[in-house]
Design a protein around this ligand. Structure first.
Ligand code: GNR
Ligand code: NI
Length: 172
């Protein structure tokens, strides 16, 4: 396994829409394992492939609470089939936007279809933090970020801060 560099704002790669995974082969499974290692190391509860520069519809998640046994999940070509009318607010962060958090209201429950690491089509209901994290990760697959829930003025302030940081730190 290998830890991969996480792409951060304002890298335009994060705005790209990701393409479907065509086959669940050894390369896809290795990428998923590397993404899990990267996510645990960060640490985070989810990671989309585009955050490590790969524009494919592949997501890893682990929403187990601290002290619980790990619950690594790999979602290939995930699709939301249904969203609840009831909503819930969580304070969200993003590994691609370090040290920034924002309250976001999203549907509280959803039904998800995805391909698992054995290439099997799965359908599951999710609620709580898992439902929020799934929606956050699926947004990444469409190039959407949590700053898009802010007003334009606030979003531009955050982007400007990260552009300034990138100038100071230089590439990599
Ligand atoms: O680690 C993460 N925590 C988190 C908290 C609330 C809602 C969503 C998330 S996902 C985030 C990791 C990340 O950036 N995934 O894309
Ligand atoms: Ni994120």
């Amino acid at each position: 396994m290998a830890k991969l560099p996480i792409i951060t704002l304002p890298d335009p790669i994060l705005r790209r829409a990701s393409d479907p995974v065509e086959r669940v082969d050894a390369d896809v499974l290795r990428l998923a394992d590397d993404m899990l290692e990267t996510m645990y190391d960060a640490p985070g509860i989810g990671l989309a492939a585009i955050q490590v520069g790969v524009p494919r519809r592949l997501v890893v998640l682990d929403c187990a609470s601290e002290g619980e046994k790990p619950d690594p999940r790999v979602l290939i070509n995930p699709e939301i089939l249904d969203l609840s009318g009831q909503t819930k607010v969580y304070e969200e962060g993003c590994l691609s936007i370090p040290d920034f958090r924002v309250d976001i209201e999203r549907p509280a429950e959803l039904r998800l279809r995805y391909i698992d690491r054995d290439g099997k089509l799965q359908e599951h209901d999710a609620s709580g933090l898992l439902a929020t994290a799934i929606q956050h990760e699926l947004d990444h697959l469409d190039g959407k970020l949590i700053i898009d829930f802010l007003s334009r003025l606030k979003r531009e302030m955050v982007v400007r801060k990260f552009k300034k940081l990138a100038r100071q730190d230089g590439p990599l």
